[in-house]
Write a protein that binds this ligand. Structure first.
Ligand code: ADP
Length: 844
């Protein structure tokens, strides 16, 4: 191909008049060999003319490709002169021609337009310019071209190789340009740039743009490929999985599982939004591979949703006389409690709703709080569920964990409702005084939301995520003490207190209820006809999977009081029960009493099964055979008045109790030692008691400096909880005064009261419980703070008449009432006291 160049260079024989072939969709450059389809009649004629002469022809581009029959103006002025190399006629009558581009030409003049274009041209010569700049330009263009190839333009490797060897700058541009995908106009511009340096610069711009476009194209392509790749991969894997599942027969299982869920959702009576939510979850489950870990989470969640009693409710009956009957049937005594409950129910009945303050039963264990709750459920025809809040410190225990937690579950409220299986149970929240708060959130706030009738129609559990309507639930809380209940909660509650039972009441409860109940439970009663069970009132069995201490049962409604109260196998005589109450238990309620009765029954049952046919009779004398030696002494009959020991009354969450506070004096230097169960408050009380005695040294007939020569030891036995410290103040002062004056303390006098430094007596709490404890212990006189006089009316009549209450304002009055007037020289107590007292010059 170099031959034609040579010709041009020599400028010899280059015809100035040539036929012209307008090209439609391309611009052609010198030095190229390229094929062309020639179809237009005019063009074929021009071609024939060229072949007839010296095979030379001019190729110039049309401005518009669409122009079918272009005029001279439609054709660019600059084109190339080319040599016709081959001509091949193809069957469709077009001609395929191979050209070799020779040189740029300018069309000077059109000589004819028909039957083909003939024009006068001049060859455009190219300067062979060399400079450092040109060299740099050439390298840069080559570099850019290489980049274009690198980012993915498909160009034959030999082309790349060829261009790298080109040394003429203009020719380099001419060789590269045809390989690029450019608009006709752009290519034409490069063709028309006659100065090689300028041509290179122009090309460089074009290449740069090309690189950018190619880069973007590549990014898009890669992204598309990536995404395509992933979906294709997933699709492929799913298809594989499907096949495997089909092989294993799991496909059907999944299908039926999903169907089953849909059916259960349809039957669950859910509100529309909950239903929608559940179905969505099932849809997700369906699309998931069978063994996906997430599937387990979804299944558990949907299981919870479908198993909640969204619209299951027991039929409400609110008949006050009937409720009264039920409460009486199930419980002895508790008249005040029953009245309060019936009033509460009556108001609810008139108001037409069970909303309102939440009942809170407060009192020591075993006084019947739970069993009254069950009776209320029975009276109202509701289910009963009990959940303990003791030790709950985490908000999530009430309101559930979010589902993102592994092993998350709903909170205790929703768990309880599920167990109850009805949306309107009587829901007992036990030990509300034992919930705490810490960094995990305040459970009482969550509890408030559950209990508050204003908010609980859409109670939100973190796990459920959908609201549950608790407004038909009747909440009852229980507490041993009211003080620890968070104030916000306490505000919402109507407190009904259960004070504990007197000895007589316990005996009646045992005779009328506990013995027959335990005998029944131990199979010692003849089988009664099966009690009729009303529909929907079957026992709700606590599921083993729920980790909470809850029991749910439906008290059988209107169960006829069993006719038989006597067992053919066992008889427990009232005297035996009395002995158990007095000598084997020491409690406010009847829990231990019931337990001991159960012991009788258990042992009797064994005897029966071992073949004893005679009826077992447990009288007072047989109790020890069953329960072992007596655990407590009852009453004060054998007790003596003592010097240095006073009887105090304490009150804790298990009810009231009687304690003896002892004081011993030793020679020493005025040290005060305190032992036993003492809190800081009680230590302060002891100091106050000592200060009082010092300030009253005159009155007590003591040496002014008596305390300097003595060490004083005060012992408070277990049972007086530190919290209740101050109420032992007057007891300590009495014991101390007794020890110092050697006047004995009356054993039948018990006392409770806080003391100030100057001997004023301040009020205390829990008088009712304390009075019951004193009554149980056979005390006859109780010294109480004057300010507590108003509490006397709460004390059961029997106790109030049996005991003598002595309200006092000052410690001096206490000593008058509690201390014997003079030391009895012959009493055992005085002898003992004298033996321990050093010779201090104290009155004897
Ligand atoms: P609490 O919930 O206050 O701790 P419970 O309700 O569990 O006490 O009572 C303990 C036992 O004593 C139960 O078996 C209960 O039936 C029985 N009981 C308590 N008080 C009475 C009562 N007044 N009449 C009949 N049984 C009672």
């Amino acid at each position: 191909m170099a031959t034609k160049d040579t010709i041009l260079e020599e400028e010899s024989g280059f015809p100035e008049v040539l036929p012209l072939l307008p090209t439609r969709d391309g611009v052609y450059f010198p030095h190229m060999i390229f094929p062309l389809h020639v179809g237009r009649d005019k063009s074929i004629k021009a071609l024939e003319e060229a072949r007839a002469k010296d095979r030379m022809i001019v190729l110039a581009a049309q401005r518009e490709a669409v122009t079918e029959d272009p005029d001279a103006e439609d054709i660019y002025d600059i084109g190339i002169a080319a040599e016709v190399m081959h001509v091949l006629t193809v069957p469709d009558q077009t001609v395929r021609v191979m050209f070799e581009g020779l040189t740029r030409v300018r069309i000077k003049k059109y000589l004819q337009a028909e039957p083909f274009f003939l024009c006068e041209v001049e060859a455009i010569e190219e300067e062979d310019e060399r400079s450092v700049e040109i060299e740099a330009l050439m390298r840069s263009v080559l570099n850019q071209f290489q980049q274009v190839v690198d980012v993915g333009k498909s160009i034959a490797p030999e082309v790349v190789l060829n261009v790298t060897h080109i040394e003429e700058p203009g020719r380099l541009a001419d060789m590269i340009t045809p390989n690029l995908q450019l608009k006709v106009q752009t290519k034409q511009e490069i063709l028309e740039t006659l100065v090689p340096r300028d041509r290179l610069i122009k090309l460089s711009f074009v290449l740069q743009r090309e690189i950018e476009i190619l880069n973007v194209q590549r990014d898009i392509r890669e992204k598309v490929e990536r995404e395509m790749g992933e979906t294709q991969k997933e699709f492929f894997l799913r298809e594989q999985l499907k096949t495997i599942q089909q092989e294993l027969g799991e496909r059907d299982e999944r299908g039926s599982e999903v169907e089953e869920y849909r059916k259960r959702i349809a039957e669950a009576g859910m509100p529309p939004d909950v239903k929608e939510r559940s179905l969505k979850e099932v849809d997700r489950l369906e699309k998931m591979p069978f063994a996906a870990p997430e599937g387990v989470v979804i299944r558990t969640y949907v299981d919870w949703l479908v198993s909640l009693p969204w619209s299951l409710a027991t039929e409400e009956k609110l008949d006050i006389p009937d409720a009264h009957r039920v409460l009486d049937e199930d419980h002895y005594g508790l008249n005040k409690v029953k009245d309060r409950i019936l009033e509460f129910l009556a108001v609810r009945k008139l108001a037409g709703t069970l909303r309102g303050p939440i009942l809170c039963f407060s009192g020591p264990p075993g006084v019947g709080k739970t069993s009254i709750g069950k009776s209320i459920a029975r009276a109202l025809g509701r289910k009963f569920i009990r959940v303990s809040l003791g030790g709950v410190r985490d908000e999530a225990e009430i309101r559930g964990h979010r589902r993102t937690y592994i092993g998350a579950l709903p909170g205790r409220i929703i768990q309880g409702v599920k167990q109850a299986g009805s949306r309107n149970p009587v829901f007992m929240l036990d030990e509300i005084d034992k919930i705490g708060a810490d960094f995990r959130g305040d459970p009482s706030a969550a509890l408030l939301e559950a209990l508050d009738p204003e908010q609980n129609s859409s109670f939100s559990d973190h796990y459920l995520e959908v609201p549950f309507d608790l407004s038909d639930v009747m909440f009852i809380t229980t507490a041993n003490l009211l003080d620890p209940i968070p104030p916000a909660l306490r505000d919402r509650m109507e407190v009904i207190s259960f004070p504990g039972y007197t000895e007589e009441e316990k005996l009646e409860i045992a005779k009328q209820f506990l013995v027959s109940k335990q005998m029944r439970d131990h199979g010692l009663m003849p089988k009664a006809a099966p009690e009729p069970e009303e529909e929907g009132h079957s026992e709700v069995v606590a599921e083993s999977t729920t980790p909470l201490t809850a029991t749910a049962d439906i008290p059988t409604p209107n169960a006829p009081e069993p006719e038989v109260t006597e067992s053919p196998y066992l008889l427990v005589e009232p005297e035996a029960l009395q002995s158990v109450i007095r000598e084997y238990t020491r409690e406010s309620g009847v829990r231990n009493l019931e337990r001991e009765i159960a012991t009788f029954c258990r042992k009797a049952a064994r005897k029966v099964t071992e073949g004893q046919t005679e009826r077992i009779i447990i009288g007072e004398d047989q109790v020890a055979d069953y329960l072992g030696p007596k655990r407590y002494t009852h009453g004060l009959a054998e007790e003596q008045d003592e010097v240095g020991a006073a009887t105090g009354l304490t009150w804790s969450e298990v009810g009231g109790d009687v304690i003896a506070i002892e004081v011993t004096l030793m020679r020493g230097q005025g040290k005060l030692t305190l032992t036993g169960q003492l809190g800081d408050v009680m230590k302060e009380s002891a100091q106050a008691a000592l200060s009082y005695c010092r300030s009253r040294a005159d009155l007590l007939g003591l040496d002014d400096n008596f305390y300097r020569k003595l060490d004083i030891h005060i012992h408070v036995p277990a049972g007086a909880i530190p919290k209740d410290g101050p109420s032992a103040g007057i007891t300590m002062a009495t014991a101390l005064a007794s020890a110092l004056t050697k006047r004995a303390v009356r054993r039948d006098v018990a006392m409770t009261g806080e003391i100030t430094l100057r001997g004023k007596v301040l009020p205390i709490g829990g008088l009712k419980e304390k009075a019951l404890a004193a009554h149980r212990a056979g005390i006859r006189t109780i010294i109480i703070p004057k300010e507590n006089e108003k509490d006397l009316e709460e004390i059961p009549d029997k106790v109030r008449t049996d005991l003598e209450f002595k309200p006092v304002k000052h410690m001096d009055q206490v000593l008058d009432l509690a201390l014997r007037s003079v030391a009895e020289p012959d009493s055992r107590a005085t002898r003992a006291a004298n033996a321990t007292l050093p010779a201090t010059g104290l009155p004897s």
